[in-house]
Design a protein around this ligand. Structure first.
Ligand code: PMP
Length: 359
């Protein structure tokens, strides 16, 4: 039986990539070494990291005036690095609050700067993206921050916000899921463990003019300039994660790039939302309309007493990691790039069958 993994992250990776990793695990390209065993300054790893960056630049069409940084510390580190690098004490910054990850970013930024919440969807339990026309922007913000896809709430921005100040985005859970106009942003960041590769690596794509303004007391490792100047090799980088991510970037190119991913993801998301909406109320999604996430689909059963049985039956059918986040309850199906269409088809067939048996 095939297992389909709906985890929100670390999450499913392309099977072809895993098989290639397996094949190369003990001997990378005739070097006699595993990538895990190589010096990060040797010719082999130099080739790996150089190709990974070049392939990511090609896939995302990253303009030449942006640096690509392979960092550590997860998106959480970025929550602090951003204000520490882009503000001085007393500065004001703008944040949009659309859910759990926005909130965590805001809380960290509040330690270093005056945070103005331009808009919040907390009034309706983070089930929508506030209309941009009503955002209360500050006159003197150093940047505007938002989270393009709230992994827990399942809310995704259907647009890129307008901004006169550098636009900063947490794209941890929807980067590489569709084509993107990088030039609209000052800084994009994402933890790797959804659409990029294994955990332990975080990617930052930063416009060059935003580098070099960190506070004097910022630790060397938390200064973007340190990593930009050293091409992500200031210290030992997460080398194995960079290697696997590089294979994922090649897999994306081989499979039609981000246009193809966008179509693939739209098809999968439509299947799941149609299954929910067409269930006659047996299943319900907390998010409606255009801001439904194409990556993370939270949904509830009409009777929470059936949750345990739903999950047990799903597991028996090879559909794993469907339990919703503890703060939302119910179920959550994460259907990132690497989730095959067959996995989603198996999920909706199981959902229909379960509803028939319990409706
Ligand atoms: N932002 C988003 C949108 C996330 O989904 C997550 C969790 N995966 C984080 C931030 C935090 O990431 P990390 O655990 O890598 O710090």
């Amino acid at each position: 039986m095939t297992t389909y993994n709906f985890s929100s992250g670390p999450a499913v990776l392309p099977r072809d990539v895993l098989l290639q990793v397996q094949q190369e695990l003990t001997d990378w390209h005739g070097s006699g070494m595993s990538v895990m065993e190589m010096s990060h300054r040797g010719p082999e790893f130099t080739q790996i990291i150089t190709e990974a960056e070049a392939d990511l630049r090609a896939v995302l069409a990253i303009p030449a005036n942006y640096k690509v940084l392979f960092l550590q510390g997860g998106a959480h580190f970025q929550f602090g690095m951003i204000p520490l690098n882009l503000t001085q004490p007393g500065d004001t910054v703008d944040y949009v609050n659309t859910g759990s990850w926005s909130k965590t970013a805001i809380k960290e930024a509040q330690r270093y700067a005056n945070v103005n919440i331009v808009a919040s969807s907390e009034d309706r339990n983070f089930s929508y993206v506030p209309d941009e026309a009503g955002w209360q922007r500050s006159a003197n913000a150093k940047y505007l921050h938002y989270c393009s896809n709230e992994t827990i709430g399942g809310v995704e921005f259907p647009f890129i916000p307008q901004s006169d100040v550098p636009l900063i985005c947490d794209m941890s859970s929807n980067i590489l899921s569709q084509p993107l106009d990088v030039s609209r942003y000052g800084l994009i960041y994402a933890g790797a463990q959804k659409n990029i590769g294994p955990s332990g690596m975080t990617i930052a794509i930063i416009r060059e003019d935003l580098i070099g303004h960190a506070r004097a007391e910022v630790p060397t490792m938390l200064n973007y300039k340190t990593h930009a100047d050293a091409s992500s090799l200031y210290n030992t980088p997460p080398s194995f994660a960079i290697y696997v991510a590089g294979l994922v970037f090649k897999w994306l190119q081989k499979n039609g790039g981000l246009d193809a991913m966008a179509r693939h993801n739209a098809t999968k998301a439509a299947l799941v939302y149609d299954a929910i909406d067409g269930s006659g109320g047996f299943y319900r999604a907390p998010v409606s309309g255009a801001c439904r996430s194409r990556m993370n689909v939270p949904f509830w059963l009409k009777d929470a007493a059936l949750d345990a049985e739903f999950l047990q039956g799903a597991e028996a059918a090879g559909l794993v990691q469907l339990k919703g986040h503890r703060s939302v309850g119910g179920m959550r199906a994460s259907i990132y790039n690497a989730m095959p269409l067959e996995g989603v088809q198996a999920l909706v067939a199981y959902m229909a069958d379960f509803a028939r048996r319990h409706g």
